[in-house]
Design a protein around this ligand. Structure first.
Ligand code: ZN
Ligand code: ZN
Length: 204
């Protein structure tokens, strides 16, 4: 599984293009760009690598993660995957001529090429926030960042749910790589050591 990171939009969202080097099938995670021009670097990468884009996944429904959905959907004519609890953010997409959104649930599998990512529902930041679990890595959206976590003060956020979700993530193997929705990547062991929100004596 090859991962290319593009930092896009005003909130510096990590947009990931994930592909299987054998089959060249690819997915796009969180194309949160503000302007069509910002998609150009991603288009060029996909063309250069001869990738076949199969689908787009949103780790949750916030604008800084979904705002480029339509730009990529128009280009590749592929469906958008999102957890059903966050699907209201995609309301306006239902009327388009492009494939309808695919609504994910906990433990849904996202398959492309010979790769598979498993959906882990991790509510807290939003009700339908998901993490995507691969063989040795996890995409954590705005649930977990390197040394931080996503905000829990939005409408629909829940601090209690967030605590449970973070515990679920910390049950992943220590060597797992973490690819967050913003900021640098990390590992499970590194977050256990250094993330103040995962420290048991810290009540956030
Ligand atoms: Zn968010
Ligand atoms: Zn975000």
């Amino acid at each position: 599984m090859l991962i290319e990171t593009f930092t896009v939009g005003m909130l510096s969202t990590n947009c990931y293009v994930v592909n299987n080097p054998q089959t060249k099938e690819a997915i796009i995670i969180d194309p949160g760009l503000d302007l069509p021009i910002q998609a150009q670097q991603v288009f060029e990468y996909i063309t250069k690598e001869k990738l076949k884009v199969k689908l787009i996944v949103n780790t949750h429904g916030h604008q800084d993660h979904i705002s480029g959905d339509t730009i990529f959907q128009e280009k590749y004519n592929v469906p958008i995957y999102i957890h059903k609890y966050d699907s209201l953010w995609l309301e306006n997409l239902k009327k388009t001529k492009y494939p309808a959104p695919i609504l994910l649930e906990d433990n849904s599998l996202i398959n492309f090429g010979e790769e598979s990512l498993k959906v882990m529902l991790t509510p807290g930041h939003t009700p339908g926030s998901i993490c995507l679990i691969g063989e040795k890595l996890v995409f954590t959206g705005d649930t977990l960042f390197a040394r931080g976590i996503g905000r829990t003060d939005f409408h629909g956020s829940s601090i209690d749910d967030m605590k449970v979700s973070l515990q679920k993530l910390m049950h992943l193997p220590d060597y797992f790589l973490i690819y967050p929705g913003h900021g640098p990547s990390s590992t499970v062991i590194e977050e256990k050591r250094s993330n103040p929100f995962l420290n048991s004596d810290n009540s956030f």
